[in-house]
Design a protein around this ligand. Structure first.
Ligand code: AHG
Ligand code: MN
Ligand code: MN
Length: 341
């Protein structure tokens, strides 16, 4: 098509390199390698129904959850790619109890660490529902040339230099932010490249959707129960009742709400007093994306990005999405203090 130009992820990040003070191309190389791993994992995800990849790998991950084979593959693939980038000195993953450190000379000198959920929503794999990968990048605080240490990974989310996700859906997309806008790239399978498709995504301040696992209703804090009731009440000025949308894949639920407007909630419940989602590789990256798009992310009483993590796999209550909707949830939680469920 005459006059039609595509911009690939790699072209785009090279152009934006100047956003980084003293940019040397290190970060560009790191993101480029994330993109390569994403393409390989995407191929495997698309083939899931065809080859004997469904089912359990027979292992249980550090959260006590059964691992699907694709979890194992995606985890391995991203780790290998980050190792070969030479810019990353260590990785934290949902699938590994401890941090992974790279000790070849190039990686030891790497300036970045990556935390990730290699496959999010994996219980949806064998029913052909969208799944994703979530990642979060920080500058290390330990000296270059040495091994990465746990403290590198326990930085508050406000220190992220980049966060993003890949969604393996009806099309495959990579969405990322460095805090200067949120950009989405759609994989064009005919050329095998992520191409810029969503420029400077801004999330609506209000939206039509609320996303929560209402099966947990009886075990939720009063404020959240009240918010759900509020969503269901007719009010023409706010467009209520809102529609309920819940896929059970954080990446997919968030992606829809990011583009259309909405709020996603995974509160604490009587059974899970800190909620279910993990601060470091689920909530922080999604929160950084939400804020960079003009949205908000909160525990209900505290900004997610302000929390200083104390352990790698810690969980937090998570409310994220359109600004006004997140604020309304916070108001309900203040108005109806928890009575211990
Ligand atoms: P993972 O597949 O990485 O373990 O994450 C699943 C998460 C998240 O994607 C989703 O939002 C949530 O679990 C759904 O939990 P419920 O089934 O309890 O609603
Ligand atoms: Mn997950
Ligand atoms: Mn996972």
């Amino acid at each position: 098509m005459e006059g039609y130009t595509i911009k690939t992820l790699t072209q785009f990040i090279i152009e934006r390199q100047a956003e980084f003070p003293y940019a040397t191309g290190e970060f560009t190389r790191l993101l480029y390698h994330m993109g390569i791993a994403a393409k390989v994992v995407n191929k495997k995800v698309n083939k899931a129904g065809l080859v004997d990849i469904l089912g359990l790998a027979g292992d249980v991950n550090v959260q006590g959850e059964e691992q699907k084979k694709l979890d194992v593959f995606a985890n391995w693939r991203f780790i290998q790619s980050l190792k070969s980038s030479g810019e990353c000195c260590g990785v934290a993953s949902e699938e590994n109890q401890e941090i992974i450190t790279f000790d070849d000379d190039l990686s030891l000198d790497g300036n970045y660490i990556v935390s990730m959920d290699p496959l999010d929503g994996s219980s949806n794999i064998d029913v052909n529902v969208s799944i994703g990968t979530i990642f979060s990048i920080y500058r290390r605080i330990s000296p270059r040339g040495t091994k990465a240490v746990l403290e590198d990974f326990l930085q508050p989310g406000s220190k992220q230099v980049c966060a993003g996700y890949i969604i393996y859906g009806s099309s495959t997309m990579l969405v990322y932010t460095t805090g200067h806008g949120v950009y989405g790239f759609t994989l064009d399978p005919s050329i095998g490249e992520f191409c810029l498709s969503h420029y400077d995504i801004k999330t609506p301040e209000d939206g039509p959707f609320y996303s929560i696992n209402e099966g947990n209703y009886a075990k939720m804090p009063r404020g959240i129960q009240q918010y759900i009731k509020y969503c269901q009440v007719e009010d023409k000025s706010t467009g209520r009742p809102y529609s309920a949308r819940y896929i059970g894949s954080l990446v997919s639920d968030f992606h829809r709400n990011l583009l259309k407007g909405g709020v996603f909630l995974y509160p604490e419940t009587a059974a899970a007093p800190n909620g279910k989602l993990r601060l470091i590789y689920e909530c922080n990256p999604i929160a950084f994306l939400a804020e960079s798009a003009g949205g908000k992310a909160s525990t209900g009483s505290e900004r997610i990005l302000d929390i200083k993590p104390t352990s790698l796999h810690q969980r937090v209550p998570f409310i994220v999405g359109s600004k006004n909707m997140v604020e309304r949830v916070e108001e309900k939680l203040t108005e109806y203090p928890s009575n211990g469920h």
